[in-house]
Design a protein around this ligand. Structure first.
Ligand SMILES: Nc1ncnc2c1ncn2[C@@H]1O[C@H](COP(=O)(O)OP(=O)(O)OP(=O)(O)O)[C@@H](O)[C@H]1O
Ligand SMILES: [Mg+2]
Length: 345
């Protein structure tokens, strides 16, 4: 349980009775929309903040009572890369090595090894402020695994990355898991959880709302989706009936009145039947296709609302300014967290 009590506004139950465990050597993804409590959970588990109630252990060590014993065995790459903008990539890693008291020789060797495996050789001597988002995340992750932690926490490791950098990051994470690292990662992407995680916990409003393997969750939400865009919005009701007939969930209609989707069990076959039937009644389509369920589909099914709808009813603009305030506060905290990360009091 973690309750924030911001000045002048109501308390926020950021974590409320979340109970989960991660098996050694596996990956657990914490999937949830903005404000679900993901970062709060990571911060509690990595000893950066204290919970208001409840208990958490890593390797049998209590994260609150024995925080100093937790820090040496974990690595954390926060939601916003904790790198020093003015130092080069290599200097950043050098600093991490010194914070861990690794000694100059071992630090140099480890830094060179990481620079190479994270494909940062060319950029290593450039200040990080000139790095792209993807490079920043990689240098941050290199810092997080510098001391070869047994347990690694990654808070939205690929948010904001382009598809190529995302694939690269997935490879890096898969490689670490192959070496025996236990990973706890947060994400807003079902696809990412599907690709990387053995087990997935879905949270919303600080509460655990579902848990299982990617296949189990997908089975619950009906696997693949058929998505149609009509030429004529007047065809909507008939098209919805056809979709409903072949679908494994309620038909979803988007607000534009021309886009419809439904979950199906046997994707390609159902799509073929739907298209044939729509054609036979003369309904014309702009677009038709199959897609995998998104976080929105999971949330709609599990909670009845979309992941993108803020549970507390914040206006979009309010969300944005909240986000920029958080960004600023985060920058100020970065230096402090970096020190804590390395287990330095
Ligand atoms: N320091 C804080 N003070 C007050 N409220 C906070 C603080 N940090 C987080 N919160 C609130 O707690 C809730 C959970 O926030 P948290 O950052 O854990 O969410 P998240 O799942 O990481 O979201 P995102 O996807 O946007 O990173 C939100 O309502 C947030 O506004
Ligand atoms: Mg977060």
């Amino acid at each position: 349980m973690k309750i924030y009590t911001p000045k002048g506004s109501a308390p926020v139950h950021a974590l409320d009775g979340v109970d989960l465990s991660v098996r050694q050597g596996t990956v657990r993804a914490l999937l949830g929309p903005n404000g679900a409590g993901k970062t709060t959970m990571v911060k509690v588990l990595t000893t950066l903040i204290k919970p208001d109630a409840g208990q958490a252990t890593i390797d049998g060590i209590d994260v609150v009572r024995d925080a100093h014993r937790i820090r040496p065995i974990i690595g954390v790459s926060g939601q916003y890369a904790a790198v020093d903008e003015n130092l080069t990539g290599l200097e950043n890693l050098d600093m991490v090595g010194r914070l861990y008291h690794l000694g100059p020789k071992a630090t140099r060797r480890r830094a060179a090894e990481l620079i190479e495996s994270f494909e940062l050789t060319e950029a290593q001597n450039r200040p990080v402020k000139g790095f792209s988002g993807g490079m920043r995340r990689r240098i941050d992750l290199a810092g997080a695994i510098f001391s070869r932690p047994r347990v690694l926490f990654l808070d939205e490791p690929t948010t904001g990355l382009d598809p190529r950098s995302r694939l690269g990051m997935w490879d890096v994470i898969t490689g670490l898991v192959g070496e025996g690292t236990t990973v706890f990662l947060t994400t807003q992407y079902l696809e990412e959880a599907d690709r990387l995680a053995d087990d997935i916990s879905v949270i919303d409003g600080g509460k655990l709302i579902a848990e299982g393997t990617a296949d189990e969750l997908k089975a619950r939400i009906g696997g693949q989706q058929i998505e149609l865009t009509l030429v004529d919005a007047d065809d909507r009701d008939v098209a919805a009936q056809v979709l409903q007939h072949h679908g494994a969930s309620d038909v979803r209609e988007d607000s534009d009145g021309r886009s419809l989707s439904v979950a199906v069990r046997e994707g390609p076959l159902a799509l073929e039947l739907v298209l044939r039937e729509l054609n036979s009644v003369g309904i014309r389509l702009h677009d038709a296709g199959m897609r995998r369920p998104t976080l929105d589909d999971v949330f709609l099914k599990l909670t009845g609302h979309m992941a993108s709808e803020e549970a507390d009813g914040d206006e979009v603009d309010g969300g944005k300014s909240k986000k920029s305030r958080q960004d600023k506060a985060q920058k100020e905290k970065t230096q402090k967290e970096k020190t804590q990360k390395a287990g330095v009091p």
